[in-house]
Design a protein around this ligand. Structure first.
Ligand code: GU7
Length: 288
């Protein structure tokens, strides 16, 4: 099977990291496109380039730095992925989700994922932040699932439940924090649909996904959440709506990566404030 993703290899990577930092993280953060600034919030950072970490893939996407940042955020020991991996980069799906298993083996209890996504819900505006309440795993419909292949019971069950993937208490906390910060007008909640990419969706695909109940569309996060939940970590995820998906044929808008990164820059400050305040208010060691 795929090299570099077995339990022993994940353990080797986790042990290598733990021997190179005193930080014992309980929160894992994944920074999406243009959201790498979240990692700059971490105090006393210890930084590892992905290329130096055994078994880690390399980041190949503009806007994804490719660094693992350890430190404390609002007093809580954290590990932050500045740059994540995507199916469209050509990695095997188990490689994309390897960091989740490494984080679990290091003792991480809660994963906070962020991504940039296209808005399918017509009420959404560019710059809105959507709390993900559920996902539609399109590649999974075709058998592209990070848990395919032999199950290693040391990580989790053969058939894990996904109806509670996005932690209800953390979603409620996010909305309470948004209200505290007066962010409620642009903080939403909805369903995220993942596609393989790298091509952006067609108009027909946007219309179909919207009819199927998706509020936002992207190319990441779901695979990581499936593996993180398999290991029993709590998951919470936010999508920054970086553009409105093109839904009608007489529109001349064209989705492009530059506007994705630009929206990240515009909203980065609020995203960082929201995530750091949520981390500050996380209860430690509550297993659901
Ligand atoms: N319409 C649309 N807008 C989006 N903004 C971000 N993403 C997520 C994909 N991000 C890629 C390309 O920016 C980089 O990982 C998307 C998407 O998939 N579709």
């Amino acid at each position: 099977f795929i090299s570099g993703v077995s339990y022993d290899e994940c353990k080797t990577t986790a042990d290598w990291l733990l021997s190179n930092t005193q930080v014992r993280p309980i929160v894992g953060i994944v920074c999406g496109s243009g959201l790498g600034g979240l990692a700059e919030m971490i105090k006393d950072p210890q930084i590892f380039k992905y290329s130096d970490i055994p078994n880690f893939p390399r980041s190949t996407v503009h806007g994804h730095a490719g660094r693992l940042v350890f430190g404390t955020l609002k007093g809580k020991p954290c590990v932050c992925m500045q740059g994540r991996f995507h199916l469209y980069e050509g990695y095997p799906i188990q490689k994309i989700t390897l960091p989740m298993r490494v984080f679990k083996l290091m003792g991480v209890e809660t994963m906070i994922m962020t991504n940039a996504a296209g808005g399918l819900n017509q009420d959404y505006k560019v710059g809105d932040i959507m709390v993900i309440k559920d996902h539609i795993n399109m590649p999974g419909f075709a058998g592209v699932n990070p848990l395919s292949g032999p199950n290693d019971d040391r990580f989790g069950l053969r058939f894990p439940c996904m109806s509670d993937a996005y932690d209800r208490k953390l979603r409620q906390l996010a909305h309470d924090v948004a209200a505290e910060l007066s962010f409620s007008e642009f903080v939403r909640e909805g369903v995220y649909c993942v596609l393989g990419g790298p091509s952006f969706e067609t108009i027909a695909e946007c219309r179909m996904l919207h009819m199927l109940g998706a509020d936002a569309v992207g190319m990441s996060t779901v695979h990581e959440v499936i593996v993180a939940r398999h290991t029993g970590m709590r998951c919470f995820a936010l999508s920054l709506i970086s553009n409105r998906a093109v839904m009608d044929y007489d529109s001349h808008e064209k989705a492009n990566h530059e506007e994705v990164l630009e929206t990240g820059r515009l909203r980065a400050e609020q995203m960082e404030k929201l995530v750091s305040t949520i981390v500050a208010q996380l209860e430690h060691n509550i297993n659901n």
